[in-house]
Design a protein around this ligand. Structure first.
Ligand code: NAD
Length: 335
């Protein structure tokens, strides 16, 4: 069967997902939610969405009565993920919410609770969890091909443009580069090493105080420690381009990915040579797999549920605390 979903927040990523979904064999856009009537009609004609499946932010609760919509894919600014998710859960629809799941662990937990109470599933837009080269490296690590993995390096960044965009406003973004791009290194460290960090240390540097106001991080370097004794060293920045690299190393081998999380093609190389896989459109594969998770209860190799998103938010909270206090912060994974 087909997952019929509505898009909420019709910005640039919604458009990318909308284009990709044409290649999906299991997902289809059957509804749209936007504050802009122009965007609603533009996207509706592009995707062939019926006029009775178009909503704005004031009447979206009535999506409850729309039998042609199974789920809502939220691509609004970060700070809206929590209120939007709660609203959709209360309307009885499954939620696919973009990363970062929320702007802190407390909000992420509220989202999980709302979805649980309303009997709907909550998935986070972790497209890399379905990407073939990533999965091959994770399987190699699981088979022990790298030996005992003891170190991960994650570099995530790009030079951000327009200084007036929501990504540079704390109220809407919840932070700066860390929330937007640093989360790829956090999440990547976890799936590449296959464990969750127990402590973090972090340092912030700023070169442009005008563009990156209080609470909006430009550059953060951070380190994480894991139960096995492995460590990770990461960089999150809005001031360097083409920064998209993962490096995993163990006692018997290594894996290097560059680019590691961009839209692709992803490149992966290990001590055994280059990993050859055909490039797939990430968002198309993601929607095929998410349809199977929602409709068939398929269990993905790397989780994409609310608990997975919540872990990343606990780590982000700890990193911000480490920056502020200058101290090593132990991560508790509970509120
Ligand atoms: P964008 O600015 O292009 O789109 C955001 C949309 O939300 C706009 O259409 C805007 O009109 C709408 N919106 C609704 N309420 C708003 C409000 N109160 N203030 C401002 N805008 C409001 O941003 P984007 O790049 O599409 O990012 C959207 C989300 O998707 C973010 O959470 C981002 O982290 C995520 N994202 C994920 C990926 C990925 O690869 N998984 C890539 C890009 C973006």
């Amino acid at each position: 069967s087909i997952l019929r979903f509505a898009q909420m927040g019709l910005g640039s990523y919604a458009e990318r997902v909308g284009n990709a979904v044409k290649e999906s064999t299991r997902a289809k856009i059957t509804g749209l939610i936007s504050g802009s009537p122009e965007k609603l009609s533009k996207f509706a004609s592009k995707y062939g969405v019926e006029s009775d499946s178009l909503y704005n932010y004031s009447n979206v609760a009535s999506i409850k009565n729309n039998a042609s919509i199974d789920a809502v894919y939220i691509t609004t600014p970060n700070a809206l993920h929590c209120p939007n998710t709660i609203q959709i859960a209360e309307a009885g629809k499954h939620v696919i919410c973009e990363k970062p799941m929320a702007i802190n662990a407390k909000e992420a937990q509220k989202m999980i609770d709302a979805c649980q109470q309303n009997g709907v599933k909550l998935l986070i837009g972790y497209r890399m969890h379905f990407e073939p080269i990533t999965l091959e490296i994770v399987r190699m690590r699981q088979r022990g091909e790298f030996g005992k993995t003891l170190f991960f390096q994650g570099l995530s960044g790009f030079i951000i443009g327009d200084p007036s965009q929501w990504r540079l406003k704390k109220e809407l973004a919840g932070g700066g580069a860390m929330m937007d791009i640093g989360v790829y290194s956090i999440n990547g460290a976890r799936y590449m090493l296959g464990e969750d960090p127990i402590w973090v240390t972090a340092q912030e540097t700023k070169t442009n105080f005008e563009k990156f106001k209080d609470g909006v991080d430009e550059t953060i370097t951070f380190q994480m420690g894991f139960p096995s004794g492995a460590t990770a060293s990461c960089l999150s920045t809005y001031s360097l381009n083409y920064l998209d690299k993962f490096y995993l190393t163990g006692t018997k081998g290594f894996a290097e990915m560059q680019p590691s999380t961009g839209y692709g093609p992803i490149k992966g190389r290990t001590h055994l040579g280059e990993i050859q896989k055909q490039h797939i459109t990430h968002q198309a594969r993601q929607m095929d797999e998410m349809a199977a998770i929602i409709l068939d209860n398929k269990v993905p190799e790397i989780p994409v549920d609310g608990q997975e998103g919540l872990k990343d938010m606990f780590i982000v909270d700890a990193i911000f605390k480490a920056v502020k206090t200058g101290k090593k912060i132990n991560i508790q994974y509970e509120l």
